[in-house]
Ligand binder design. Structure first.
Ligand SMILES: Cc1ncc(COP(=O)(O)O)c(C=O)c1O
Length: 458
């Protein structure tokens, strides 16, 4: 079947529709079973159990319908269970489930490689290495940066999250709990402040000046720039709070990397695949990195990741790096279908509905002083809660209260950074669904305010 035989945005039931007290009886039983056997490290902030999902609507086993502004942590780019993606998965599954692209060839991987290297924000010839996840893509980028440059040191940013394997964890500096007890980390990594226009640090007026000075300090006191293999940067800092850097940041980072022969690695795991209204988040800056990493939205829910690098940089030899499952044929088929849908209009939807979302979040901020900042690009947007607008002190307790209130009203959102709530819905989300989400968010903020006025904890 052809893409034209499928709706770009599938029909979805009205949501939310909450029928039971939350959690309902079946959810209670399932979460109790889960708690007995799964790792206590999982971070479930509220008891959502998914029975089925379509687009931006999730049904739990008790028949409650939720409106999903999380997309499985920015993963289901084309919405939950898009029929066109399901059809591609079904057709590929009937032909071949797995053969390992490391040792053999299959057309879905070849075609996906051709399309993704063409989409990359680097002009000229590129190559791709397939993985299963964001962390693995980052590991591959770290290994390739060191291999290609023959240098060891790497610079990354405070607040960054790149994944949970040792290399990725060492590059990250998001929350202490993510590395506490797991040290020693991979050596030769320095962290500098990410330029956050809302929370300037240092004495410089321009937050980019501050970051560039920090890098110069590393060069002066720690390592010479010709020992630095790479700078790893998120085009928009994701887990760190959906922080959009100032316009001059990525161009200045590019210039610095070019001057010193340092690889500029852009982590597009969360900001890529059309989420910001462009294929890759870095495209908004006009900067060409040397490598990008991708995962999350790349296959609309199936595990897949990728490292894309300039051809002359991906020069590691036969046998030096591989992955059994990376680039699995079914994941590749889902990714090809996702690319078709992005091109058919979902990326445009991300841009227009994203603008609509940000406008409505700004309206919310006009009404509630507790919202200190609204930021984002496309469908990667956040509001930050503050104790008061002059001090800009974070207000995690309030944010956490709002997340819970939203859940109890049938709206699924996630936190990010110290006190922000992020909106990273499927790229199929409609303006109507955004309006519903904003109405619920409004009620939730009011409810937390009222509880606090009554002297209860948020
Ligand atoms: C920017 C970024 N990089 C890397 C990762 C790690 O991805 P994964 O969880 O697939 O390993 C994440 C996950 O949240 C991310 O947001």
């Amino acid at each position: 079947m052809h893409i034209k035989d499928f709706p770009l945005i599938p029909m979805q039931p009205e949501a939310p529709r909450i029928r039971t007290r939350l959690p309902g009886p079946k959810v209670k039983a399932l979460t109790a079973r889960d708690r007995r056997v799964t790792s206590p490290s999982y971070t479930r902030d509220y008891p959502l159990v998914v029975d089925r999902a379509i687009g931006s609507v999730i049904t739990d086993p008790d028949g409650n319908l939720f409106l999903d502004m999380t997309a499985g942590i920015a993963v289901v780019a084309s919405g939950h269970s898009h029929p066109y993606v399901l059809d591609a998965i079904r057709r590929q599954s009937e032909r071949c489930l797995h053969m390992s692209g490391t040792d053999f060839y299959y057309e879905s991987q070849i075609e996906l490689a051709e399309r993704l290297v063409k989409s990359a924000p680097m002009k000229g010839k590129n190559r791709i290495f397939f993985t299963n996840s964001g962390a693995e893509s980052i590991e591959a980028a770290l290994k390739l940066s060191r291999y290609h440059t023959g240098r060891q040191h790497v610079i990354a940013f405070i607040g960054a999250f790149h994944g949970r394997t040792y290399g990725a964890m060492s590059l990250g500096a998001s929350k202490v709990i993510q590395s506490q007890g797991f040290k020693p980390l991979v050596p030769q990594i320095s962290h500098v402040d990410y330029p956050n226009p809302y929370r300037p640090v240092g004495h410089e007026k321009n937050v980019t000046d501050h970051t560039m000075r920090e890098i110069e300090t590393v060069f002066k006191h720690k390592v010479s720039p010709d020992e630095v293999a790479a700078i790893f940067v998120e085009a928009i800092q994701g887990e760190g709070g959906y922080i959009v850097p100032p316009d001059d940041f990525l161009p200045r980072l590019r210039e610095l990397c070019t001057t010193h022969g340092i690889m500029l690695v852009c982590d597009e795991v969360q900001s890529g695949m059309g989420r910001t209204g462009k294929m890759w988040g870095i495209e908004h800056s006009g900067v060409e990195p040397d490598m990008i990493t991708s995962a999350k939205g790349i296959a609309s829910g199936l595990p897949l990741g990728a490292l894309i690098a300039r051809q002359k940089i991906m020069d590691w030899p036969y046998g030096s790096h591989a992955s059994t499952f990376g680039g699995n044929p079914v994941s590749c088929a889902a990714s090809l279908a996702t690319l078709d849908l992005l091109e058919a209009g979902l990326m445009r939807n991300a841009e227009t509905v994203g603008d609509f979302l940000i406008k409505h979040l700004q309206n919310l901020a006009k009404e509630f002083d507790v919202i200190g900042d609204v930021r984002g690009r496309g469908l990667m947007a956040a509001i930050e809660f503050v104790q008061d607008r002059s001090s800009r002190h974070t207000f995690a307790e309030f944010r956490n209260g709002v997340v819970q209130e939203c859940f109890h009203r049938g709206l699924l959102v996630l936190g990010c950074g110290e006190s922000a709530i992020r909106f990273c819905p499927a790229l199929t989300v409609s303006e109507r669904q955004i309006e519903t989400a904003i109405t619920i968010m409004h009620e939730a903020i009011k409810a937390v305010q009222q509880r606090r006025q009554k002297g209860e904890a948020a």
